[in-house]
Design a binder for this molecule. Structure first.
Ligand code: NIG
Ligand code: FE
Length: 418
C-alpha cells in the first residue's frame, strides 16, 4: 500500500544518495527540509518534497488516489533509531544490586561476589523459553514506542551450552515475529561461570569447540561478542574466541574498555570487528587505531549514567575524525532502559555531542554497527519506510532538550503504522 505523510514540520535525515557511515566534522550536518511531504511505496521510502508542491506531485505519484494520507500536523519525521547493542533477553530485573550500588558497592564488587551477570545467568537457567520470549517481546514493543526500528540482541546470560542456545533460540523467534530487523550476537564470553574459576581455559574451549559449532549449525547468531575488560576476559582469551567465531562467519562486535584500558579496542580492530562498544577508557592510541578501521566505535552513555562511570570521550573521538554510534545497552544490570531519545540526551548533555551528531550516531552509524546500513538509518528511496512522527517541535534539538518527555507521536515500520 502507498502511504503519504503530509504537513511535516521538519523532514530529517533524507539522503538522495545512499550513505552508510558519517564521521568527524561531517557528523554535524544533517539534512532538514521544512514543511515537507514524504511518499512511501510497498513498505519503502520513495520520494519527498516541499508542501508547496504537494498537490501537483501527489497527482503524479498516486494517480488513482488510493494512497493512505497521514497528516503529521507539523511534527518532525525521522528515520527510526537503530539500537545496535542490547541484552533484552533476560529473566529478571536486578533492583537489589541497584540499591547496593546506591549504598556504595561498585559494579565490579557485586560481580566478583557472584552477583551481576552471574546472578542473571542463574535466573535465566530456571526460566522457560516461552517466558523469556514474552518478556523480551514486551521490551521490544516499548522500544518501538520510543522510535526504535532495528535492534541487535546478545546472548550472554546463559553461560552454559543449553542456556546460551536457549537465549539464541528466543532471539530467533523474536526475529520472525517482529516487523523490524533483529540481529543476534553470541556473547558466551560475558562472564566466567564460577565453576570454571580455576580453569578458565576449559570454559573458553566450551565456547569455541562446543557452543560455536552448534550455534552455527542452527544458524542462531550473526555476530560474536566478548566482554574484554578488567575482571572479565583478557585480550588473549578474546582473540581465541574471535578467531573461532570468524571460522563460522561470525564477525566480532565486542564489549571493550568499559572498566579500564583493557586492550579490547586493539583486539577488536585487529580482528575486523564491526563495532567496539562502551569505550569509556579510550586514549590517543585507541583513537589512532580506530581511524579508518571500518570498526564502528559505539558509545553507551546510559550505562555510564546508571553506573556513574565517567563518559566515553566522544568529543575527542569526533574531533579526531572518527564516526560514533550510539546504543542503549538495554540490560538488567547496567542500563535497564531501551530509551534511545534518552541516550541521545545523555550524549549531548554529558559527552558534548551536538544534537545533529547524536542523531547521526543513532541512525546512520548505529545502522552500520549492526549491519543494516543498506536498509535502515536514513530516509532514502528503496530503504525501509521505518520512521516516526514527533509532536510539533521547534527543531531537532527538542529531542535531547525535552529529555523527560516522550515526543514520539506515531511510529511506522515498513510503511505500516504500529
Ligand atoms: O554491556 N559490560 C558487560 N555487559 C553488560 C552488562 C551486563 C549486566 O550487568 O548484566 C553491559 O554493560
Ligand atoms: Fe552490553
Amino acid at each position: 500500500m502507498n502511504l503519504v505523510i503530509k504537513n511535516i514540520g521538519w523532514l530529517v535525515q533524507y539522503h538522495e544518495n545512499p550513505i552508510v557511515t558519517i564521521s568527524g566534522s561531517d557528523m554535524k550536518t544533517i539534512p532538514l527540509l521544512q514543511d515537507a511531504w514524504l511518499f512511501c511505496k510497498g513498505g519503502n521510502f520513495q520520494s519527498w518534497g516541499p508542501m508547496s508542491k504537494f498537490n501537483a506531485e501527489l497527482k503524479v505519484l498516486d494517480p488513482a488516489g488510493t494512497a493512505k494520507i497521514i497528516d503529521a500536523a507539523g511534527g518532525m519525521v525521522l528515520p527510526s533509531w537503530c539500537d545496535s547493542h542490547t541484552h533484552i533477553v533476560f529473566a529478571a530485573p536486578r533492583e537489589q544490586e541497584f540499591v547496593d550500588r546506591i549504598h556504595g558497592l561498585t559494579y565490579e564488587e557485586i560481580a566478583s561476589k557472584g552477583g551481576g551477570i552471574l546472578n542473571s545467568a542463574a535466573r535465566l537457567a530456571e526460566t522457560p523459553e516461552e517466558q523469556l520470549y514474552e518478556d523480551a517481546a514486551a521490551r521490544i514493543r516499548e522500544m518501538i514506542a520510543f522510535g526504535t526500528g532495528a535492534i541487535e540482541i546478545k546472548s550472554g546470560y546463559g553461560l552454559s551450552f543449553d542456556a546460551e542456545l536457549k537465549m539464541l533460540r528466543v532471539i530467533k523467534k523474536l526475529k520472525s515475529s517482529f516487523q523490524l530487523p533483529i540481529k543476534a550476537t553470541f556473547l558466551g564470553a560475558h562472564a566466567l561461570p564460577l565453576a570454571y574459576k580455576q580453569n578458565r581455559a576449559s570454559y573458553i574451549q566450551l565456547l569455541t569447540d562446543e557452543m560455536l559449532p552448534a550455534i552455527a549449525e542452527e544458524g542462531l547468531a550473526d555476530y560474536c561478542d566478548v566482554f574484554c575488560d578488567r575482571g572479565f576476559f583478557t585480550p588473549a582469551e578474546t582473540e581465541t574466541i574471535l578467531e573461532a567465531g570468524w571460522k563460522y562467519g561470525l564477525q566480532p562486535k565486542i564489549h571493550a574498555n568499559e572498566l579500564d584500558f583493557s586492550g579490547g579496542i586493539q583486539v577488536g580492530v585487529k580482528h575486523r570487528a564491526l563495532s567496539v562498544d562502551h569505550l569509556e577508557f579510550t586514549g590517543e592510541e585507541e583513537i589512532a587505531l580506530l581511524k579508518d578501521s571500518g570498526t564502528m566505535p559505539t558509545l553507551l552513555p546510559s550505562t555510564a549514567f546508571f553506573l556513574r562511570l565517567h563518559y566515553a570521550p566522544a568529543r575527542k573521538m569526533i574531533d579526531a575524525g572518527l564516526p560514533i554510534a550510539l546504543a542503549t545497552d538495554f540490560n538488567p544490570g547496567s542500563s535497564p532502559s531501551g530509551n534511545m531519545p534518552f541516550v541521545i540526551a545523555l550524549s549531548c548533555i554529558y559527552m558534548g555531542m551536538d544534537p545533529s551528531e547524536a542523531i547521526n550516531a543513532a541512525t546512520i552509524n548505529s545502522a552500520y554497527a549492526m549491519g543494516v546500513e543498506k536498509t535502515n538509518g536514513t530516509i532514502t528511496a528503496g530503504r525501509k519506510a521505518s520512521f516516526f512522527i514527533t509532536k510539533p517541535v521547534a527543531s531537532i534539538s527538542s529531542i535531547p532538550y525535552n529529555f523527560g518527555s516522550n515526543l514520539i507521536d506515531r511510529v511506522f515500520l515498513n510503511g505500516q503504522e504500529i
